[in-house]
Design a binder for this molecule. Structure first.
Ligand code: MSP
Length: 649
């Protein structure tokens, strides 16, 4: 594990601009952003790069179809990526385009150096070419005479081209991968490449004749050719830093880590290290100074059990869910659902399930519970406990100081392996521990006994402290929600990981209520219960009553102080409500419509003079008012602030 305070350079692939930004691109960019934010949070000096890959057959063909120049298409589509990442809140430090002068200059410079050093030669090549893949296929790879990827016929092309002497680096590459266990991660991809390298490595054709393709970077030593798109594209990682010799390159390149999907493993794990080794030799520099540090490879998203297909547009639709459910929810889902390195399946149903259970219920509920408890019983302030109550608190289960230490260690280890799903799992263990802490300590019960005030204050302080540290640790993953949590517990300024220690805030703090951090969404995949006509009872069917009958019902404003699911019940929520001078327990059949946290802090209306009744073993001392129609239900709230206990008539 690298020590905090180090230098770190992280890159995403540069995306082809012939497709709109979609789920696949967004995933890599989001995990890249989370990693960059995480390393900045640790205090590292971070440079995070993304960009667009704009040359090659595909772009030229797309431009021809659209009736525009390749450059015009590139300008428009590259801007779509830049804009999309901006909307997602991605914190890249730079955005490189392969049509920029700063890039073409470095590509030509490197090509010239390799040519001069004899690493490139002119040769003749005949092969089966797929214009979709922009590559030749060997006899062994062809399936029924067609491209194994596109299932389209291949074209036999014979031509003179320039070749990079890649084959001579085969033994060196195998040795390097063996000596550096974390050079390609996770291990399954390292093994895949070592397996591939058991067969002889071919030299790499790095040019395309202009007669066939003009949209590329001209070879500096033969302008009848343009550079093969992969040779051009890989160099973006170096050209964005100004190239060898530039101060930015010398500072960041030794710490370079790449982030890619498994589809582009071979160019990154084979071509790229060989290119860098050849460049090191040509420049007379040690190979260590030119090799990247690690290649981090993730799996592929499938959609609803099917391979992602750009033609169906489902990948774009999946990405559009960020607009429906919000950036943080989208980030959370993709990072939590995909075990980094393995394939995963994307479905709106799974998204909504996690959003409701983990964001609305676990986290949102905790934040609104904790801030409301502090507002109600602590007057909106927390104070560090003194020696006696501090010692009492330390002995209370669950031990949140221990839980936090466990969480921190697990997040550190997970992030070191790019295991975003595990990092979030560890944070949710902490969220669960704090929720348990509330359930076990029952601050509303402590509040009933004035002699237990010091314990109540200690519990409230622990809740404030939990939110403070969660606001820090969550920042790389859910930047917006984390900022709102930090604001609610009066933490201004930049979050620092070093501050996420238990008891790290010695002074008292003001805490503001924060509810609805992640509103629960209705699961569209489940049919609504009943139809409108059946559930919205016709107003005229019930007999008229004299006014004094209604006056016998005592309605009061009540503030929801705490809420929890009644064990073993699907429908019931147990609410603790304040009527000002007293607290009541009210059991309500609303659990299918509200997460416990949705109501905490809200002012609702209750029937206060109802005879107590037992529901699933819990005594209910009142009834809440709610409206329903079309299988939907809404709890009545008051639209202006009134004190709890106020009469409703
Ligand atoms: N331009 C090349 C990369 C050059 S890097 C020097 C390219 N571009 S791409 O637009 O096709 O992007 C490929 C990358 O997008 C994948 O490696 C991955 O990061 C992301 N994804 C695209 N589809 C994906 C999935 N279905 N699932 C997960 N990520 C995928 O290749």
């Amino acid at each position: 594990m690298t020590a905090p305070g180090t230098t770190f350079y992280l890159t995403t692939p540069i995306y082809y601009i012939n497709a709109a930004p979609h789920l696949g691109h967004a995933y890599t960019t989001i995990v890249g952003d989370a990693m960059a934010r995480w390393r900045r949070l640790r205090g590292d000096d971070v440079w995070f790069l993304t960009g667009t890959d704009e040359h090659g057959d595909k772009i030229a063909q797309a431009a021809a179809r659209a009736g525009v120049t390749p450059q015009a298409l590139a300008d428009r589509n590259s801007a779509a990526f830049r804009e999309s990442w901006k909307q997602l809140g991605v914190t890249n430090d730079d955005f490189i385009r392969t049509t920029e002068e700063r890039h073409t200059r470095v590509v030509q410079d490197i090509l010239q150096k390799l040519w001069t050093a004899g690493e490139i030669y002119l040769g003749r090549y005949g092969g089966h070419y797929c214009s979709g893949c922009e590559r030749f296929y060997t006899e062994k790879e062809i399936v029924d005479g067609k491209c194994p990827d596109h299932q389209t016929p291949l074209t036999w092309i014979e031509e003179e081209n320039y070749f990079f002497r890649m084959s001579k680096y085969q033994d060196w590459l195998v040795r390097t991968i063996r000596e550096r266990p974390d050079f390609i991660r996770p291990e399954r991809y390292r093994n895949e490449i070592l397996g591939f390298l058991r067969d002889p490595l071919q030299d790499l054709s790095i040019s395309r004749p202009k007669t066939r393709l003009e949209w590329g970077i001209p070879l500096p030593f033969d302008d009848r050719y343009v550079t093969y798109v992969w040779f051009d594209a890989l160099i973006n990682y170096v050209s964005a830093l100004g190239g060898p010799g530039d101060a930015r390159f010398e500072k960041y390149w030794p710490h370079a880590e790449h982030l890619i999907g498994k589809d582009i493993l071979k160019p990154h794990a084979v071509y790229w290290p060989c290119m860098l080794k050849a460049l090191a030799d040509a420049l007379g520099r040690p190979e260590d100074e030119l090799l990247f540090r690690r290649l981090n490879v993730h799996g592929y998203w499938n959609i609803g059990g099917h391979k992602m297909s750009k033609s169906i547009g489902n990948v774009v639709e999946a990405y559009a869910l960020k607009d429906t459910y919000g950036n943080d929810a989208f980030r959370y889902f993709v990072m939590r659902e995909m075990a980094f390195g393995l394939d995963a399946d994307f479905s709106e149903e799974a998204f909504v399930a996690r959003l409701n259970a983990e964001l609305a219920n676990d986290l949102g509920n905790l934040v609104s519970r904790a801030t409301t408890l502090i507002a109600t019983f602590g007057g909106g302030r927390v104070q560090p406990p003194d020696g006696v109550s501090g010692a009492w608190l330390a002995a209370q289960p669950p031990d949140l100081a221990v839980e936090l230490a466990k969480c921190r260690a697990a997040v550190d280890a997970a992030m070191d392996e790019y295991a975003f799903h595990r990092a979030l799992g560890a944070i949710w263990d902490m969220v669960g521990a704090v929720n348990r802490f509330v359930d076990v300590q029952q601050p509303w019960a402590l509040a009933k006994d004035p002699a237990r005030r010091p314990q109540l204050d200690a519990v409230l302080w622990a809740l404030g402290e939990s939110l403070r540290v969660l606001g820090i640790i969550l920042a790389p993953f859910l930047p917006d929600a984390a900022a709102r949590i930090r604001q609610a517990v009066d933490q201004t300024g930049e979050a620092k990981l070093a501050d996420a220690t238990w008891g790290g805030r010695a002074a008292g703090a003001a805490v503001q209520r924060l509810s609805g951090l992640f509103p629960r969404v209705e699961d569209k995949t489940k049919p609504a219960a009943g139809t409108g006509a059946a559930t919205a009872a016709p107003a005229t069917e019930t007999p008229r009553i004299p006014k004094d009958h209604f006056a016998r019902v005592e309605l009061r404003v009540a503030e929801v102080v705490a809420a929890e699911v009644v064990p073993k019940s699907k429908k019931l929520l147990k609410l603790t409500v304040s009527l000002g001078s007293e607290q009541r327990t009210v059991v309500a059949g609303i659990a299918e419509h509200y997460a416990p946290g949705d109501l905490v802090g809200k002012k609702i209306v209750v029937v206060a003079n109802l005879e107590p009744a037992k529901l699933m073993g819990v005594e209910s001392q009142g009834m809440i008012l709610a409206g329903s129609a079309d299988g939907r239900l809404a709890v009545l709230t008051v639209d202006r602030d009134l004190p709890p206990g106020a009469k409703v008539s």
